[in-house]
Design a protein around this ligand. Structure first.
Ligand code: UPG
Length: 456
């Protein structure tokens, strides 16, 4: 281990979502391997989950720090995470996090880290750190294509977005406008623009992405924002045995299938399918005749039995061809398995990067947020085919079946597999170099912080 940085201590504070925690944990491990001492801060319910993803070798270099939220009757402890929280409570969760700012002051005061790495959804954390002369760097968990799309109209109003491949369909534009309106209404007037120009702040952004997947978008985002953008590579963990339940049984079942014969179907940790989408996807998988593992999930507190939510007789008709998993599956173990030949995904950024890293072509079925842009990006890259919804946003079983079949049984799948293999190789080549560049910047910042702290 490189001991040069062994006295540098970094506090990491991701938003309370698995899609955000996962890339923070990846970076935490990379920092720990290079001699940093890392504190990873989240709520107890998230930490219980994170614990299982940290192998023994990091037991000293990565310390977990509890962040407590206020005791609100509508937000029991198990809801102190976005995983499985009923969608109407997400804004309450955001408020609860904000109310806990005094707890974050105490954490910073106790730990006195050399640097904070914070999330765009908690921009106030930077102010807390800066108030102790501690530098703060944002780690973004979205892709540069998405951020370019978002910032272009602000920075270059009245001009056309120069990447037509990243268009949004009419229904997606409507959904996006509704989402932005809702966000504007809920916005706390104290919250500053996370990309605002400030003299006190270093203009460095770490991004959970790679030049291997989106070099031109990283360059364009840099041009728009005029900050230094440092990609830190794909957010991929080691495949640990962190899951309870019948995981071995599931992996044994997968082991009995032919190479590239099975699709994995999963829509991340924050989204729940509508009844109609659930039915069309089930019947599409049935029609495709392809093997599958499908993670079906419902919000916490809704006592839904998976078998009852699926179309009548579905499980009997599928028999041993498919497995339906309730709630959560070991995604990385499944994606890294040779029998997995495709991933029907909502295109959360982590799922996209994980799939590319493990050389699995993607069948894109974006739901909301950044996902439509992510889907267009990977189609442009040549590693995905998209299941296109109709003008009302509905998914159709016939299209699901056709595309799944084409990826597993036809030439289309082979072409995508060749392309994803090539990009995965490039990702691996870039990974270390990108992280080394990031470490160089972080060390500089930490050193500044050390001299600042000595002056206190
Ligand atoms: O059964 C499951 C479900 C998820 N995961 C893991 O959980 C993470 C999920 O992340 P992601 O694929 O990005 O999906 P979301 O949880 O939906 O992520 C949110 O955060 C992402 C990063 O900011 C955004 O791109 C998404 O749109 C947003 O929904 C991944 O690491 C998965 O490997 C599992 O291990 N098992």
């Amino acid at each position: 281990m490189d001991t040069e940085h062994s006295t540098l201590r970094v506090l990491m504070f991701p938003w309370l979502a698995h899609g955000h925690i996962s890339p923070y944990l990846t970076v935490a491990k990379k920092l720990a391997c290079r001699g940093f001492y890392v504190y990873l801060c989240s709520t107890p319910v998230n930490l219980n989950f994170i614990k299982k993803k940290i192998p023994q070798k990091y037991s000293i270099s990565i310390q977990l720090v509890e962040f407590h939220l206020p005791d609100l009757p509508e937000l029991p402890l198990s809801y102190h995470t976005t995983n499985g929280i009923p969608p109407h409570l997400v804004s309450t969760l955001k408020k609860a996090v904000k109310m806990s700012k005094p707890n974050f002051y105490k954490i910073i005061e106790n730990l006195k880290p050399n640097m904070l790495i914070y999330d765009i959804l908690q921009p106030w954390a930077k102010e807390v750190a800066n108030s102790y002369n501690i530098p703060a760097v944002m780690l973004l968990t979205f892709c540069a294509a998405m951020l370019s799309y978002r910032l272009h109209p602000v920075k270059k109003p009245g001009t056309e977005f120069p990447f037509p491949a990243l268009y949004l369909r009419k229904i997606e534009r409507q959904q996006r406008e509704e989402m932005l309106e809702k966000a504007a209404k809920e916005k706390d007037p104290d919250d500053k623009d996370p990309f605002a120009e400030e003299e006190t702040m270093n203009k460095i952004i770490l991004m959970s992405t790679s030049r291997a997947t989106e070099a031109k978008y990283i360059d364009y985002f840099t041009e728009l924002i005029q900050w230094k953008i440092i990609p830190v590579g794909p957010p991929v963990q080691e495949t640990t045995n962190e899951y309870d339940g019948d995981v071995d049984d599931l992996i044994d079942w997968l082991g009995n299938k032919y190479e590239n014969s099975t699709v994995f179907v999963s829509f991340g940790s924050q989204y729940f399918l509508s009844k109609e989408d659930l039915e069309e996807i089930a019947l599409g998988l049935e029609l495709s005749n392809v093997n599958f593992i499908w993670v079906v999930r419902f919000p916490k507190g809704e006592e839904v039995r998976v078998e009852e939510a699926l179309p009548e007789g579905f499980l009997e008709r599928i028999g041993d061809r498919g497995r339906v998993v309730d709630g959560w599956a070991p995604q990385l173990r499944i994606l890294s398995h040779p029998s997995t030949g495709g991933f029907v995904s909502h295109c959360g950024w982590n799922s996209v990067m994980e799939s590319i890293d493990f050389r699995v072509p993607i069948i894109a079925l974006p739901m909301h947020l950044d996902q439509p842009i992510n889907a267009r990006l990977i189609v442009e890259l040549g590693v995905a085919v998209e299941i296109v919804r109709d003008d009302e946003g509905k998914v159709h079983r016939g299209e699901v079946a056709e595309i799944v079949k084409s990826i597993i049984c036809e030439k289309t799948g082979e072409n995508l597999r060749n392309k994803v293999r090539e990009i995965s190789e490039n990702l691996k080549k870039e990974r270390e170099e990108e992280m080394d560049a990031a470490i160089g910047e972080l060390v500089q910042l930490c050193k500044t912080s050390k001299s600042n702290n000595m002056m206190l």
